[in-house]
Every structure is written in structure tokens, then in C-alpha cells.
Design a binder for this molecule. Sequence first.
Ligand SMILES: [Fe+2]
Length: 352
Amino acid sequence: MRIVNSNKLKPGDTVGRDVLTKHGSIFIAKETVLTEHMIYKLISLGVDNVHVKDLEELIDYESIPRPKPPEDIVEFTDKYQQALFLTGELLDAIASGKKLETEMIREIVDIVYGQVMSTNNILGRLTYQKHDNQYLNKHSLNVAILSGIIGKWLNRSNGEVRRLIFAGLTHDLGKLKVPKRILDKPSRLTDEEFKEMQKHSAFGYQLLNTKADISKDVALAVLQHHEREDGSGYPTGLKGEAIHLFGKILAVADVYDAMSSNKNYRDKFSPFQVAEQIAQNSFGSMDPRVSRVFLDNISRFYVGNSILLSDGKIGDIIYINPSEPTRPVIKLETGDFLDLSKSKLKIIDILG
Ligand SMILES: [Fe+2]
């Protein structure tokens, strides 16, 4: 919603808040679509400003019909659900004080590794896996998948890709040692609570580092997944090359999943919007090599996908501009072309 000077109102604008007379009665009710005559009346009555709804607030994105998911999504979904079930069991076991079973983690790593190596458009597939109340389970699994895929894009060895998946899966394990009232608090954390929450990376490290059969770089990645290139992270405020490559990869995967997984359309970001954010951060808090490879691949995988734009229109991505990979050229359903690098519209969802 924005506040518009009455002289700048246009016929067709939708009123966002009731416009009241001097006596407090409603002159024009919210949701009214303004006509030229109404605008004239507003100005002549001396109403200076009116709340006007933005285009994006007027669209019911949920009601827009989506194309059917492609066939090969079925296999991925099947494996994803299988891995998700096991991730749930793993986290439940830790939460109830049981010892960490490395074998159980390896079983999940095997499933994820198989998918990371064989699924072509894994990010596109991930967007079909809806988020719900199993947030920590899904977030852990998604960060495992994303860390693995980034490792693959960075041409790391197969062993390293497996360890990245392992680290992604266990990156927030330490949260199970943070008091539940803080973990599940729906409102903003106080400074003190936030400090408690920040301890989760060290808790996770302690859990993993004591196991002889867990590689040191996995434990280190978990410890460092909230460190940032410019030293603004925690727990130590390490900078640049002092942070292990695995920690940097986990950081990008973690931020990407957290931003793309909000249930609410208004707060959720499409992979393109998230990639844009990561790109903007890449010379500050994120490692530029890791974010670049991520950005390039995201864009590449989405050519040919149909997408939903912020004005409610549907189109296909047909060309990625290498200098601005997050703002591709779209072919709209009408047959018209739209160059997003020259438009304010955003891609708000990938439809498949
Ligand atoms: Fe974390």
C-alpha cells in the first residue's frame, strides 16, 4: 500500500483505507475502484492524500491455475519424502536425548547424494516440496540438498559432496539444545534470547566433534555456518579465508532455503529474488565464488520454466542475460516478450 497525493490519483486505483469526511463518516470505502469523478470530488473536498493498494496486493496468487508438475517430479518427491521421514526420526532421537547415530545420518546422505548426482533441475524440484509445520526437518534436508548441489557445481570430489550433504543435514542439530520457548517463539527474540539461539552452531559442533567417525570438516562447517565474509557473523566473527569452504557453502544454502520457504506468498521469495539478494550480498557477507556459481546455475536451470510474475501474469523464461542472471527475458502467454532487466516486475514463483 502507498500514500498517493490526491492530484496524482488515477482512475482505476483501488482505495486501501476508508477515506473519511471531516466528521468521521466514510466518504469513500476501502476497496473502491476510483473513477475520474470520485478523484475530482476528493480534490474539491480538500482530501490531500489517499491510501492506494499496490498491484501485488490485488492479486490472489493462490487462485492462479498452475501447469501440471512434470512426470519426473514423482521420483524426486518419493525420495525426498523418504529422506524427510528419516530426518524427522534423526532429529526426534537427538531431541529426546538419544546418542547421535552416524549410521542413520549416512542412510539419509546416501539418498540425497543419489538425487544430487542424478536429478537435473533439482532446485526446480525442491520448489514443489511444500513447507509446513515440520520446518526444522525440511530445512535440514533442504540445506543438505543445496549444499551438495553447490559442492557439485564447484567441482568438489564425490567424497566432499557427501560430506557437504552430511554437514547440511546436521547444521542446525544444535537447535535441539536451545530451550523450546526460544526456538518456537513466534515473536521477535530479545537480545538475550538471540544470544541463546546463537549458541546452536557451537552445540552442533560439540555433538559432531566428539564422534570419531565424523569428519572434522563436517563439524567445522556446522560451527561456522553463521560466520560471514565481512566478520559480521557468529560465533567467532571470523573473516574471509579464515572460514572453511564448507562453512561458506552452508551459509549460502541456509540463507537460500530460509528465504524461499516462507509459507505466506507476501513474505516468500522466489529463487530469483533470493538469488538477487545473495548476489547483492556476495561482496559483503557471502563468499563471491560460492554465490556466483550458485547464481549462474540457478539461472541456467530455470530456462524453459514457466513462472508467475508479480502482476499475476504467467510466462516462460527464454533467455538469461549473463550480466544480470536474476532478471531474465520472459515470453508471456500473449506471445509478447518482457525483459525483466528493464522492468520493475518480479518473478514471484516458479511454476515448473
Ligand atoms: Fe543455523
